[in-house]
Write a new protein. Structure first.
Lengths: 338, 305, 293
């Protein structure tokens, strides 16, 4: 795999357009994603930030075709030009080798009755026909890449003998073994303690650059996303409300929600009298009223016009925003602390 | 732990002698009047003049050597009778166990992996079969397959191996019927639960083909609760076999136990009870071992119920 | 703190107020049908003998095995007695036996479970070990043993089964009791100096009520099957007393000779009532589990 610079090819690796997903909730089909559009170029890291219920996990699952039974999908997902929804059988499996996904809780996602070696080499042996010996060797090499030495011994161990952080590193190594082009990381560090978090983030970042991986990094932590992603998308109530270059997200956000998210995070360097929370609670897509801005009820800058019609995504300064007042509010949305 | 159970069980079985109304002599003789010489023999053999624990020890020691005393009713060595009949009961339980495993687990897996008609029909039939006691199943089976259709003989043991199988088929089915239900249900629940687990999602996301995933991830993991419930169910067959043997006039241990209980032949009752409880404990021990083998997270002896 | 106590009290009260109707409503159609069947069986248990059109105990060998005729809807059994009347009269012993078993096992098991869960520590370990040992005795075996020692009969069989079922009850109840024990309202009450028995009786038990009812219902089905089996073996209710299990064994020869009706109808009675208890019990169980979350 050769490292590719993000701006080299204009053709997106992954193009999501107008993705709308409905899930059966107590017998009724309810929207969890509304008209989500997203592009990831080869080798690019894109962050996807939102609170619980915003639909960020669902987006990743839709991309990997891991939606629960009964889900209805509308819209397009194109990977290297082909429509993902139309794939089946061997083609679908081959797609799954080129797109890898790692999840939040490593322990729940690894089969507890099989050894680590079995887990890591399974995809290689089954799908790519690699011989067991060679597969194990590759696994050991990859393990040392994620910072786990004595890989031979680790391969023989069972998942319950490893700590959460180590297990997550094993997961990452396993994901990279099939040499994917895109990595979907769904809150990979949320279940880990802070020190391990930093280690895993460092590994992810380093490997991504080394292998030229594109990555969709999902998190609820705005700063975390900004740390390793080139661009960040912010989701609210099943919609994308802002897409922005990560470094500009704090200094020049294009949506009141982003600003509020950033402001709500306490700054360790400053003293605050109160924690600034966003009033109200985050909505899921199906709870949001249809013809208006979903964030309006909680927005400090809301006006009657905001609830008159559903705002479209407009382009501004290289980013996207779903706020109709963005042009006038720009500059006033900078994250401030009390 | 299981060994302790066995020990306590043997203690209770022996101690039952003293719980009986009247003195041990009358219990042993079943209330019959015996000539003085026989009484002296009884006293000697059961060490009735010695303290209780000593008696228990003698009895246990004898039992471990295969000597269970004499049956009052049959005037034979109890152990000889047990030895003769053990194969009948053993064969019956084995046959029934086979049916339970194949049909029970099989239908559970099918119901779990193919929702819809297959699932519903398994659910309904297990609900019914769970409620059918073995002896009711017995008479229905006799009625349908023996009397009306004449496919299988109704009563008694067979003479050769093949004829044994023919004779044991209906009893084995009767024995298996009510246990089938719970094995099928637990299998279905276990497979469904495993299919929804996150590590299966991971396997899907890595493009593992469906058939392999079912085998290596779903079934392999579901095997743990399935084995446990199968083991417990088969162990419980040992007791219910008595009912089926009686219904089909098979000369197994269970039928003999019932007859001995009815005629208060205590030595026989004690002997057979000990053997049955030992078998029960043995099967549970095997299940424990299997459980530890299947699930690397557990250590032996810590099987959570 | 009083809020925490209020929560427990409110849960218990709403369980009591909702009561039978509330529980039943949540079990769906199969649950309601089962409850109806059970109600009929219970009614028969009480007034069955009075409803019997003919004398269930009077043998008349000249009428043995005669099929349905005249006013005798189900014909005659092997001793020439009216089958329908015997079924109706038999409901009593067939239902009362399991009732006694369930009452005994539930009472014993729940008390043991609560004691183990409350005291925890050494008492819990000892009790759990004791229960583990009891598990080694299949119910049927214990009943046979009891019959051998104390003589055949409904009493010895009932007591033996109650003892054999007790560990199953205790295990389920212990889990639930441990969970209740860990709730904040219990700690709140303890701190206030409320005596342990009072907490157990007034708070823990009422909050476990749905589970207790569900367990008792399912257990009734088991007890019925086991007791019928024991009576079938001749070690429970003794002939010529009417009892569904006894009727099956008495009339079994009829099957081979072409007169299946007496044995079959008795079997049908047992199966229908057991199915009803199983279905209702399972649904109540699901409800109880759902309520705990």
């Amino acid at each position: 795999m050769t490292p590719a610079s993000p701006s080299a090819s204009p053709v997106p690796l992954l193009a999501v357009e107008g993705l709308t997903v409905l899930l059966p909730v107590e017998g009724v089909q309810r929207a969890v994603l509304r008209d989500v559009s997203l592009q990831i170029r080869p080798g690019e890291a894109v962050g996807l930030v939102g609170e619980s219920g915003s639909g960020k996990s669902m987006t990743a699952r839709a991309i990997d075709r891991l939606l629960p039974r009964g889900a209805q999908v509308a819209g397009q997902i194109r990977f290297q030009g082909s429509e993902v929804g139309a794939l089946a059988g061997a083609q679908l499996r081959s797609y799954r080798n080129r797109v890898a996904m790692i999840f939040q809780d490593p322990r729940a996602h690894v089969n507890p009755v099989r050894r680590i070696g079995d887990f890591m080499t399974e995809a290689l042996r089954t799908n790519l026909g690699v011989r067991a010996e060679e597969a194990r060797q590759r696994a050991v090499d990859m393990l040392s890449q994620v910072g786990i030495e004595d890989g031979q011994r680790r391969l023989r161990q069972y998942p319950h003998e490893l700590s959460g952080g180590m297990l997550q590193r094993v997961r990452i190594a396993a994901a990279l073994l099939t040499e994917p082009a895109l990595l979907l990381a769904d809150e990979p560090t949320t279940a880990l303690d802070v020190t391990t978090q930093a280690e895993v983030m460092a590994i992810l970042d380093e490997l991504r650059r080394e292998y030229g991986l594109a990555m969709l990094f999902i998190t609820h932590d705005l700063e975390l996303a900004a740390a390793i992603c080139d661009r960040t998308a912010v989701m609210y109530a099943g919609q994308i409300v802002e897409v922005r270059k990560s470094e500009l997200l704090h200094t020049d956000p294009l949506h009141p929600y982003t600003a509020a998210l950033a402001a709500a995070r306490p700054d360790i360097a400053q003293k605050s009298r109160r924690l600034r929370a966003i009033p109200g609670r985050p909505l899921s897509a199906f709870e949001a009223p249809a013809g208006e801005c979903a964030f309006a009820p909680r927005c400090p800058h809301a006006e009657p016009a905001c609830q008159a019609a559903l705002p479209e995504l407009v382009e501004l300064d290289g980013g996207l925003s779903r706020c109709i007042r963005v042009a006038e509010l720009r500059g006033q949305l900078e994250a401030t602390h009390a | 732990m299981l060994l302790a159970s066995l020990l306590v069980a043997s203690f209770v079985i022996f101690g039952a002698l003293y719980l009986a109304p009247g003195n041990p002599i009358s219990a042993l003789s079943g209330g019959r009047a015996l000539p003085a010489s026989s009484l002296r023999v009884l006293e000697q053999r059961y060490h009735l003049n010695q303290p209780f624990l000593a008696q228990y020890w003698y009895w246990l020691e004898n039992a471990l050597h295969g000597n269970f005393g004499i049956s009052i009713t049959l005037q034979e060595n109890v152990s000889a009778v047990i030895g003769a009949r053990m194969w009948t009961t053993g064969g019956l339980v084995l046959y029934a166990a086979l049916i339970i495993l194949v049909v029970g687990i099989g239908s559970g897996i099918i119901a779990a992996l193919r929702p819809g008609l297959a699932d519903t029909s398994v659910l309904v039939s297990t609900a019914v079969s769970a409620a059918v006691p073995s002896f009711v199943a017995a008479i229905v089976l006799i009625l349908m397959f023996s009397v009306k259709l004449g496919w299988f003989p109704a009563l008694g043991n067979g003479t050769s191996f093949i004829s044994n199988v023919r004779h044991f088929t209906l009893p084995a089915i009767a024995l298996a019927v009510s246990s089938l239900a719970i094995v099928a249900r637990v299998t279905r629940a276990a497979v469904r639960e495993e299919a929804d687990r996150e590590h299966v999602q991971t396997a899907i996301s890595r493009g593992i083909p469906a058939r392999q995933m079912v085998r290596r991830h779903i079934l392999r993991n579901a095997a743990i609760p399935i084995t446990t419930v199968s083991g417990i169910t088969i162990a419980s067959l040992i007791a219910v076999a008595a009912v089926v043997e009686t219904a089909f006039s098979l000369n197994g241990l269970g039928a003999y136990l019932v007859q001995a209980a009815a005629s208060k032949d205590l030595a026989v009752v004690q002997g057979i009870s000990l053997v049955l409880v030992a078998a029960f404990v043995l099967i549970n021990a095997v299940v424990d071992v299997l459980y530890a083998v299947l699930d690397p997270r557990v250590t032996l002896g810590s099987r959570a119920q | 703190m009083s809020a925490a106590i209020g929560v427990s009290a409110r849960r218990a009260r709403s369980a009591a107020r909702g009561g039978a109707v509330g529980l039943l409503r949540g079990t769906g159609n199969p649950g309601l049908v089962s409850a109806a069947v059970i109600a009929v069986a219970v009614a028969l248990a009480v007034i069955g003998p009075l409803l019997a059109p003919y004398n269930p105990d009077l043998p008349n060998l000249s009428l043995a095995w005669v099929g349905p005729a005249g006013g005798h809807l189900l014909g005659f059994d092997f001793e020439g007695r009216d089958v329908l009347s015997r079924l109706l009269a038999g409901a009593q012993s067939s239902m009362l036996g399991p009732l006694a078993v369930v009452a005994g096992a539930m009472a014993l098991g729940t008390v043991v479970a609560i004691v183990a869960a409350w005291r925890q520590g050494a008492a819990d370990t000892v009790i759990s070990a004791g229960l583990d040992i009891l598990f080694a005795f299949p119910g049927l075996l214990l009943a046979v043993l009891a019959a051998a020692i104390f003589g055949a009969g409904l009493t010895s069989a009932t007591v033996a089964l109650a003892i054999a079922y007790m560990p199953y009850v205790a295990r389920v109840m212990r889990g639930a009791a441990l969970k209740e024990r860990g709730q904040p309202y219990v700690a709140a009450l303890e701190v206030q100096g409320v005596p342990a028995t009072s907490i157990c009786l007034k708070h823990i038990v009422p909050n476990m009520l749905p589970l207790i009812v569900a367990q008792a219902t399912i257990m009734f089905g088991w007890a019925m099957v086991d007791l019928a089996a024991i009576s079938f073996l001749g070690l429970g209710v003794q002939p010529p007393a009417p009892n569904w299990g006894v009727m099956i064994s008495e009339n079994q020869p009829g099957i081979l000779q072409g007169y299946p009706l007496p044995a079959l109808t008795a079997g049908l009675c047992i199966v229908s009532v057991v199915i009803a208890f199983n279905v209702l019990g399972e649904r109540l169980f699901e409800q109880a589990q759902a309520a705990r979350r």
